[in-house]
Ligand binder design. Structure first.
Ligand SMILES: Cc1ncc(COP(=O)(O)O)c(C=O)c1O
Length: 401
């Protein structure tokens, strides 16, 4: 019987064991709150790994998708669609200067794959420089420029010609450039490796170096983009505009979508059919994207990210003063991290028990990617929960001030 089958097995009985999973079944969500199947409420600082940028189940997104689904759900790129045209013009209106051409895909890694191919075609060079700690996804191309050896080691050979240099270190980057180098790729703020901030002046210096050496600079704004850091694009924090920019995560509020923004001269090096995707620019993703961009602008979520994010960070700094277990607090806007002196697993699990969802980055870092619509009262409640959890953890580990 199907019913018995469902009762005795859970997702893990079917899935390949690839994700670190937490014992919470999310049943319903609204804005920055989620509820589990027993009706327990959680403050969501996980934000679906940064996807729920305008909050969960935004009414405008639901309306746009529903209307779209009643009109057309399937429209390949070989034909035209009105929602797609709207999405293109909205994306253009928020794009950094000169990134005039757009390629659609369905995920972050795919937007990176496209960027790497476009740059290879334009530069005719195979050399790529990426950063220690850089994370760009797990498909073969994206994995080739992802640093963590844990993800890479079983899948060699990857793309040839990739070098890694320390993030934040201009002399190392300069030394690594040779005649084969065509591309430099980086996240302006590194997300997956623990909200690693670039040293002041670094991002702009990379931009200037790439201009001087005639290299294509790719910014991976998959985690940092769309207002997350308090600017529409993290690069704007340092007046740096890339030649190619990748976004995904929250652009369609949970409907899979990736976007690669490309300078005209790079885009025009590509020939018909050299890259494509069946689902690219599908009308549902485009309509969700339209409502997402409208919401970011109408609700001024970029400014809100700075405002709420500064409040959140100040509260975290107060926690650090109280709790010796905290080694560091960092980040900007609604992209924050709290680094512990110990493994953070207990803290994450205690959070779930107390109604707070948080993310981790590696063993010792708690990463916070809350929806930009999170209210200050929720931040304050999240901080109270963290305060209690950290006190318990310090007792457990016998940490004294
Ligand atoms: C900076 C960055 N690049 C790329 C990716 C890969 O995106 P996806 O998981 O959608 O393929 C991620 C995902 O977390 C990311 O944070």
């Amino acid at each position: 019987m199907y019913g018995d089958f469902e009762l005795t097995l859970n997702e893990d009985s079917f899935l390949i064991n690839l994700y670190q999973r937490f014992p919470v079944t999310i049943h319903r969500a609204q804005d920055a709150t989620v509820w589990d199947s027993d009706g327990n409420e959680y403050i969501d600082c996980m934000g679906g790994y940064g996807v729920a940028i305008i909050g969960h189940c935004n009414r405008e997104v639901i309306k746009a998708i529903t209307e779209q689904m009643n009109k057309v759900m399937v429209c390949h790129m070989s034909t035209y669609n009105d929602s797609r045209l709207q999405f293109l013009s909205k994306l253009k209106s928020i794009a950094p200067e000169k990134l005039d051409r757009i390629f659609f895909s369905n995920s972050g890694a795919e937007s990176i794959e496209a960027a790497l191919k476009f740059s290879r075609k334009y530069t005719q060079k195979t050399g790529i420089i990426s950063m220690f700690g850089g994370y760009h996804g797990k498909t073969f191309g994206a994995l080739s420029v992802t640093y963590n050896p844990k993800y890479r080691k079983s899948f060699n050979p990857l793309l040839e010609g990739v070098k890694f240099v320390p993030f934040g270190d201009i002399p190392s980057l300069t030394d690594a450039i040779d005649d084969s180098t065509g591309t430099v790729i980086l996240e302006p703020i590194q997300g997956e490796s623990g909200i690693i901030m670039p040293p002041e002046g670094y991002v702009k210096a990379v931009r200037d170096l790439c201009t001087e050496k005639n290299l294509v600079l790719i910014f991976d704004e998959i985690q940092t983009g769309l207002g997350r850091t308090g600017k529409m694009w993290a690069g704007q924090n340092w007046n740096a505009v890339p030649d190619i920019m990748c976004i995904a995560k929250g652009i369609a509020s949970g409907v899979p979508a990736g976007v690669t923004f490309v300078k005209e001269e790079i885009a025009s090096s590509m020939n018909l059919g050299e890259h494509s995707s069946t689902f690219a620019g599908n009308p549902i993703a485009c309509s969700a994207g339209n409502a997402t961009i409208d919401t970011i602008i109408r609700e001024d979520l970029v400014t809100k990210a700075t405002d709420t994010g500064t409040y959140f960070k100040n509260k975290l700094v107060e926690l650090r003063q109280k709790h010796p277990i905290i080694r560091d607090v960092r980040g900007m806007g609604m992209m924050l991290a709290l680094e512990s002196r110990f493994d953070v697993r207990n803290i994450l699990m205690d959070g779930i028990k107390r109604g707070l969802l948080m993310l981790y980055s590696g063993r010792t870092i708690i990463r916070l990617l809350p929806p930009l619509v999170m209210k200050k009262e929720q931040v304050s409640r999240a901080i109270d929960i963290m305060d209690d959890i950290l006190t318990v953890e310090e007792k457990r580990r016998n940490v004294k001030g």
